[in-house]
Design a binder for this molecule. Structure first.
Ligand code: DGJ
Length: 378
């Protein structure tokens, strides 16, 4: 009899625990809408799962924001591409719906985007002429570390994919940079050693094409698009004009701050001024952000130091820039998007979204535990 009673107790305990689990899951799926940003916190999507779109970028159209980023998996293995590029959509920027994996890694071991390659920092733009969505990303070949340093290009007829992989390439083989404002000396940092190294790598890669690593795509208001990337073994940023279809280069490009070792470029434009925020070059570990401005995309670019202020500002609040998002319908409203990487458990990487504050043409980024878009109305 005692055994039967104990069995009943265990059974009810089990039922209770199951009910708690089911209830908790149901609550997380209740879709209680977010009304603010919580930088660095778990950010659940419409299914209650932490958003999986690292190193991302956003394209806005018809009242909807589309966030594209690296889909990461658990553990260190998640630092390489095991799944592909993930997309989410949102009308308010706080609440994101899962649109699925829009560029899938290939099962073909001969493909450049085979499972286990590296696909980083995907960015999507729409081409009005070809009516195609074009995705650019930093691509590294499986088993080759970061040596290949390629750009990958994929296209789709629909923003939410599926994107078809088109090609991989180095940048502007056999081309010399365009310097309407004089020689690169005007942007030289006070470091002859890294300046010389950068030049050595530039000429090493002249015939075969320039390296492409951390990257973004910047769409100007005249419809011209630019690929901005760390090149020359990460010593120099290059800004390269894209062709009319946005799937290749025109051959016109600039080298920015030769030898300055800037990674993670993110660009935006305000009042006719081009702004760029980037980071130093320390692998997955955070470092100090830096910002630049220019009156023309071709420079000369002016270095302004670190835009972040307050505790942990010298480490970009433990994050690294990936994109600057202009908020639709609000004046001077730009969101600094950064990744807090978790290289030991890649899927747990967090998103640090913070407002960019302006004082005249200067910018500042401060840490906020919680904030909402009303900050831009003040
Ligand atoms: C820093 C870059 O910003 C990331 O995108 C990634 O390439 C890591 N380096 C790899 O160490």
């Amino acid at each position: 009899m005692a055994i039967v009673t104990r069995k009943i107790h265990y059974a009810s305990l089990l039922c209770f625990l199951l009910a708690v689990i089911v209830q908790t899951e149901a609550q997380s799926k209740l879709n209680i809408p977010n009304t603010s940003f919580s930088p660095g916190a778990i950010w659940p999507d419409n299914n209650g799962l932490h958003i999986n779109a690292h190193g991302g970028g956003i394209w806005y159209q018809n009242g909807i924001y589309y966030w594209f980023g690296e889909h990461k998996i658990e553990g260190k293995k998640g630092n390489s591409a095991q799944v592909g590029v993930h997309c989410y959509s949102s009308k308010d920027l706080y609440n994101w719906a899962d649109e699925g994996v829009v560029l899938k890694v290939s099962d073909d071991p001969k493909s450049d985007i085979t499972k286990g390659s590296i696909i980083e920092r995907p960015k999507v733009v729409y081409n009005k002429e070809t009516k195609k969505y074009v995705m650019w990303f930093h691509l590294e070949l499986k088993g080759k570390g970061y040596a290949a340093a390629l750009a990958g290009v994929a296209v789709s007829d629909k923003i939410t994919g599926p994107y078809q992989y088109l090609k991989s390439l180095r940048a502007n083989a056999g081309k010399m940079p365009f310097y309407p404002h004089g020689t690169p000396e005007t942007e030289k940092v006070n470091c002859a050693d890294t300046f010389n190294k950068a030049n050595k790598f530039f000429y090493r890669d002249f015939a075969g094409g320039q390296m492409v690593r951390d990257m973004t795509i910047f769409m100007d208001d005249n419809g011209k698009a630019y690929h901005v990337f760390s090149s020359e073994e990460n010593y120099t940023l290059q800004i390269a004009e894209l062709d009319a279809g946005y799937t290749g280069y025109t051959g016109k490009f600039a080298r920015v701050y030769i030898g300055h070792q800037t990674e993670a470029p993110a660009l935006f434009k305000r009042n006719g001024i081009y702004y760029m925020i980037g980071s130093g070059c320390t692998g997955w570990a955070p470092n100090e952000a830096r910002w630049f401005t220019a009156a023309s995309i071709w420079g000369p670019w002016t270095f302004h130091g670190n835009p972040c202020k307050g505790p942990d500002a010298q480490l970009t609040f433990n994050g690294q820039s990936t994109f600057v998002l202009p908020v639709e319908g609000k004046k001077d409203a730009f969101i600094f998007m950064a990744d807090k990487w978790e290289p030991q458990n890649a899927i747990d990487g967090r998103y640090l979204w913070l407002p960019i504050l302006f004082k005249d043409d200067d910018i500042q980024i401060n840490w906020l535990d919680k904030w909402n878009l009303q900050i831009f109305d003040q």
